[in-house]
Design a protein around this ligand. Structure first.
Ligand code: DX5
Ligand code: ZN
Length: 225
């Protein structure tokens, strides 16, 4: 079923020894958020394209790959090959954003650009028309379970304003410290896609956590209706 608000659990907070079971547990979500860290753009290292190729066999949900890597132009072909449905690369890590977006779209995948908390949305002015999604980081990338940065609300509103001015409607995704407590306000500010790592996987009942996030998001949508 297609929802208005997309919930994207981040498997960074899942039990890696039981990823198949963890995926089954989040079947009511809309996307699987897949955090790739390279030990350079972030200090941590997570998982890469081989694990993704296996996950693709275990879920029907689209995989939302979040590349927290330097030189994303080297990684993008690997993740296209492994079956990524959406590819997010960081504005701060790239040199030829437009070329990379074209490459992702020519492969039939959805292209998204991610902004760190300190990067203003104005950098997207010349490329927002070509994006399927924009990901605003609401923590500094690198770890799950961090505290949400409050200035994300204003940034989300600024991005929604820019999209309206351009008459485009990429999905606006928020990542980091998202939970039932801020989902409503984020959607009211203009977001429509919510990543939650600890906000889903720290709960024993993942379906309930997803439903709670979705309900909070839907309340936020009513504010804009
Ligand atoms: C952080 C990652 C996030 C992380 C979110 O660098 O990009 O996707 O998993 O985790 P929570 O929801 O626990 O803040
Ligand atoms: Zn992420």
């Amino acid at each position: 079923m297609q929802h208005d608000i997309y919930i994207a659990p981040s498997i960074l907070s899942a039990d890696f020894l039981h990823l198949g079971d963890e995926l089954a547990d989040i079947a009511t979500a809309d996307l699987v958020h897949y955090d790739v860290m390279d030990g350079h753009f972030t200090a941590n290292i997570t998982y890469g394209q081989f694990v993704l190729a296996q996950l693709k066999k275990a879920t029907d949900l689209p995989i939302d790959v979040h590349l927290m890597v330097n030189n994303p132009e080297d990684a993008v072909p690997l993740f296209i090959e492994a079956g990524a449905d959406i590819i997010n690369f960081h504005w701060e890590a790239q040199t030829h954003a437009h070329r990379l977006v074209q490459q992702i779209r020519e492969a039939g995948r959805k292209a998204a650009i991610t902004l760190n908390p300190a990067t203003p949305v104005s950098v997207l002015e010349s490329i927002v028309d070509d994006l399927d999604m924009v990901l605003l980081m609401s923590v500094n990338p690198g770890y799950g379970g961090q505290k949400f940065i409050e200035s994300t609300y204003a940034k989300t509103r600024a991005l929604r304003r820019m999209c309206n001015e351009h008459r485009v409607n990429p999905r606006i995704e928020i990542d980091g410290g998202v939970g039932a407590g801020n989902a409503e306000a984020l959607v009211a500010a203009g977001a429509d896609t919510l990543v939650a790592g600890s906000g889903v996987f720290k709960h024993a009942d993942r379906a309930a956590a997803i439903a709670e996030l979705r309900a909070a998001g839907e309340r936020g949508r009513l504010v804009n209706a």
